[in-house]
Design a protein around this ligand. Structure first.
Ligand SMILES: [Zn+2]
Length: 80
């Protein structure tokens, strides 16, 4: 039997997807980290993670260091 996944929204493109297909991140004060069960979290879809323009937009939006942020996203995609 298929388990129904909750639907979550990607913060970059605002499209909705089942939670298990999204990458979950956490905002820790000023830094974006992989979600580890605490704090405020948000989601990104696979399309946006692969989209250089979208990633750059997020870097600006969250005032992240681009190299650090893209590395984090790559790690999360490989884990998924
Ligand atoms: Zn998206």
């Amino acid at each position: 039997m298929k388990k129904l996944q909750p639907i979550r929204m990607c913060i970059a493109c605002r499209s909705r997807h089942p939670q298990n297909t999204l990458i979950r991140l956490r905002q820790d004060d000023k830094e974006i980290l992989a979600f580890d069960g605490k704090g405020r979290s948000f989601y990104l879809c696979n399309e946006c993670v692969k989209n250089e323009k979208k990633v750059k937009g997020l870097v600006k939006r969250f005032k992240q260091e681009e190299e650090h942020f893209t590395k984090l996203l790559k790690e999360l995609m490989n884990n998924g």
